[in-house]
Ligand binder design. Sequence first.
Ligand SMILES: Nc1nc2c(ncn2[C@@H]2O[C@H](COP(=O)(O)OP(=O)(O)OP(=O)(O)O)[C@@H](O)[C@H]2O)c(=O)[nH]1
Ligand SMILES: Nc1nc2c(ncn2[C@@H]2O[C@H](COP(=O)(O)OP(=O)(O)OP(=O)(O)O)[C@@H](O)[C@H]2O)c(=O)[nH]1
Length: 441
Amino acid sequence: MSKPIVAIVGRPNVGKSTLFNALAGERIAIVQDFPGVTRDRIYADVTWLDKQFTMIDTGGIEPESSDVLLSYMRQQAEIAIETADVIMFIVDVRQGLVDDDFKVADMLRRSTKPVILVVNKVDSFEKLMPDVYEFYNLGIGDPFPVSAASKLGLGDMLDEVISHFPTDAASEEEDERPRIAIVGKPNVGKSSIINKLLGEDRVIVSDIAGTTRDAIDTTVTYNKKEYVFIDTAGLRRKNKIKEDIERFSIVRTVSAVERADIVVLVIDAGEGVTEQDAKIAGIAHERGKGVIITVNKWDSIEKNDKTIYQYSAKIKQTLSFMPYAEMIFISALTGQRMPKMFDLIEQVIQNQNLRVSTGVLNEIMTEAVAMQQPPSDKGKRLKLYYITQVSVKPPTFVIFVNDKQLMHFSYTRYIENKIREAFGFAGTSLKFFIRERKEKE
Ligand SMILES: Nc1nc2c(ncn2[C@@H]2O[C@H](COP(=O)(O)OP(=O)(O)OP(=O)(O)O)[C@@H](O)[C@H]2O)c(=O)[nH]1
Ligand SMILES: Nc1nc2c(ncn2[C@@H]2O[C@H](COP(=O)(O)OP(=O)(O)OP(=O)(O)O)[C@@H](O)[C@H]2O)c(=O)[nH]1
C-alpha cells in the first residue's frame, strides 16, 4: 500500500525536528541487525484518525551564510514539491515573518501541491494569536498555530493535512501497473538503466517548481504489460551543497520506495556495495518492498569464473538483513542481462502476491516445531498454536502463541526460513505478527 507523503520544510531552528518528534509518537522499532535510517529521523510513520502517512523531515543544517541558506531552502522546497502529497511549511512566531519565509512561500505557491502553513512556538494561544495573523501576509492561506514543544494545536493542523490527501478514487491504488523504483547512489547508472529499458534516449525532465511526479515516472511496455519506473536520478547535478546530498537523496529515496512495489537497488560494480547502499536497502526492507539488487557496469570490471560468487557473497554479507533479496549482474551500457530484469520483476511481483493456505502453513509450522523445540524461559515453554496469512505485498502472517515474550526473534526467523524453504518468496520480505492467545485447558 502506498501511503501519502507529507514533507516538512522551513528555516533552521523553527522547530521542525520538535514537531516531527511530536507527531512521530512512537519511534519505529529499530531492528537489531539492519542499518535503518530511522536513527537519522528523516522519516516516520504517522497515524491520525483513520489515516496513515509517511512524514519526511527535509531539514537539518545550519548554513554559515545567508546565500547558502537560501539555496539550501530552495533545494529543500523543490524536493518537497517533487516528493510530497502535502507540504507542511513551518514558520516561527517568535522570530516573526522573515524575508526567507517569503521566498520559500513564493516557491511553494507556484507548485500545485497543497501547502499547510504551520506557525510554531505559539506556546500561548491567548497571548500570541495576534502575531500569528501576521503570517497571512505570506499569501498561502490560513496559518495553523501550534506549539510543537507543548503539543498544542496539532489536532487541527493534522485534520487540515489529511483533508488534502488524494481521495481513494484518484490515488495510485487504482493503478494496477507494477511500480518499480530505481534507487542507488549518484552515478551508479540509474538513468542509463531506465533508458536502456525504454530502448531509446529519454530526456530527463528537470523537477522545477510545479512539475508533477509524472515527470519522473516512466512507463515501459514489456510483453504487452505496462510497468511504471520511478526514477531518482539526477540529484547530484543540481545540488550545490555537498553535505546535504545524502539527506536529500534519502528523502527522495524514501518517497520513491514508498510509492513502489519493487525496489531496484543499483550498485556500481567498480565500487562494490557500500554503507550507503545498506542504508538505502534498509529503507526498502523496512517498508516491506520487493527488492532486486542490481550490480551495474558489470562490463567495466575484470572478472574470472569466481568473480560473480565472490561479489554475491560480499553483498549478502553487507546486506545480511535481507537474505531474500534477488540479485542480478547487468550492464546498462552493453545491455547484458537487461531482459532478465523484467523476468525477475515479474517473479518478485508474483511472490509479493502469493497466498499460502492456512492448512499448509500450519503443517509447515507443526513440522518445524517438531524438528526444533521452541525456546523456554523459567520453566515455561513457548507454544505455537496457529499461523495464518493475513495479507500480501508484503506477505504478512500472524502466529498465535501462549506467551509473546517467549517468541524470540531467532525463532520467528526459523519459522520464516521454513516457510521460505517451501515457497521461496524470493525477492520479498515477509512480515510476522505475534499474538497471544489464552492457553487451552
Ligand atoms: N517555545 C517553543 N520552543 C520550541 C517549540 N518547538 C521547538 N522549539 C525550540 O526551538 C529550537 C529549534 O527546534 P528544532 O526542532 O531543533 O528546530 P529545527 O527546525 O528542526 O532546526 P534545524 O534542525 O536546525 O533545521 C529548540 O530549542 C526547540 O526547543 C515550541 O513549540 N515552543
Ligand atoms: N561501463 C559502464 N558505464 C556505465 C554503465 N551504466 C552507466 N554507465 C555510466 O555511468 C555514468 C553514470 O550513469 P547515469 O545513468 O547518469 O547514473 P545515475 O545513477 O542516473 O546518476 P545520477 O543522475 O547522478 O543519480 C555515465 O557516464 C554512464 O555512461 C554500464 O553498464 N557500464
